[in-house]
Design a protein around this ligand. Structure first.
Ligand code: PAF
Length: 281
């Protein structure tokens, strides 16, 4: 596997593959890769002739009090894992390569509506940063397809909408959330958890499963949301939201609506903020 930091080297590699008629899949990441990321590489590998992964801790998607500085940077380990899982090229740019006018002064992409709620409401500007960097990566790599994890469900919806609205010639593929044996969704942020917090963390997934069961049995959505919120609070979480939404666009379902739903949770456990979701279908 080749690792490149600059745009001419990236473009030269992709041009070479294209000249041979090969298709290209992109897996954008912020590094500190785990089995969840490797499953995205595997999906890209199955659907494209060549696979490019990017590792870039994107400053514009972090809020002022978030973990940009301490976000784990583990490039050597990431390279080994990517090579092992069949990635052809790693693009690991510097901030100045991605933001030639500086991170605070570049063009910014805002995807409306689907960003107004949930993560968008709790992390102002987060999705502008995500949409902007993903659009830049699409322009740089010009992949046929790109793979994103369902773990970041709202992010997936934001990218799907950006691709459709800007007519970007990229097929967006969603990869299922990878979980530990006890149900905790794999995330780079899990390593921030203390042993006691790690033992509690699977309750988020258990709660999502219970929400799906209760809605399936005909319980009213709002009652299910409130009960799940209280249950997590009692267990020691500080939830930002515990909700059931339309899976398509995250809008609020009407009373009695039962098809095409997803439950989503964001909750703090100590200093760590965890998110997870469960599509009902
Ligand atoms: O999901 C992530 O790791 C990031 O938000 C992404 C898509 C790589 C953009 O920086």
């Amino acid at each position: 596997m080749q690792t490149v930091q600059d745009v001419p080297a990236l473009r030269a590699a992709v041009r070479g593959w294209r000249a041979q008629g090969q298709t290209v899949g992109l897996v954008p990441t912020m590094g500190n890769l785990h089995a969840g990321h490797h499953s995205l590489i595997k999906l890209a590998r199955a659907r494209a002739d060549r696979v490019v992964a990017s590792v870039f801790v994107n400053p514009t998607q972090f809020g002022p009090n978030e973990d940009f500085e301490r976000y784990p940077r583990t490039l050597a380990q990431d390279q080994a894992g990517l090579a092992e899982h069949g990635c052809d090229l790693l693009f690991a740019p510097e901030v100045a390569t991605m933001y030639p006018f500086g991170a605070a002064h570049g063009v910014s992409i805002h995807v409306p509506q689907v960003t107004d709620t949930l993560e968008g409401a709790h992390r102002p500007g987060h999705f502008d940063g995500v949409a902007t960097v993903v659009c830049k990566l699409f322009n740089l790599v010009q992949p046929d397809l790109a793979v994103f994890g369902q773990k970041d469900y709202q992010q997936l919806k934001v990218i799907e909408r950006m691709v459709r609205d800007l007519s970007l010639p990229v097929k967006v593929l969603a990869a299922p959330t990878q979980r530990a044996d006890d149900g905790l969704a794999l995330s780079s942020r899990n390593q921030y958890l203390s042993a006691a917090e790690r033992a509690l963390a699977p309750q988020i997934h258990a709660t999502l499963v219970q929400m799906r069961e209760l809605v399936g049995k005909g319980h009213a959505r709002r009652i299910v949301e409130e009960a799940a919120h209280s249950k997590l609070e009692r267990a020691g979480f500080v939830p930002d939201y515990v909700v059931i939404r339309r899976a398509e666009d995250l809008s609020e379902p009407a009373d009695g609506e039962r098809e095409g739903l997803v439950a989503l949770v964001a909750a703090r456990l100590g200093a760590t903020r965890l998110i997870d979701n469960l599509p009902f279908d």
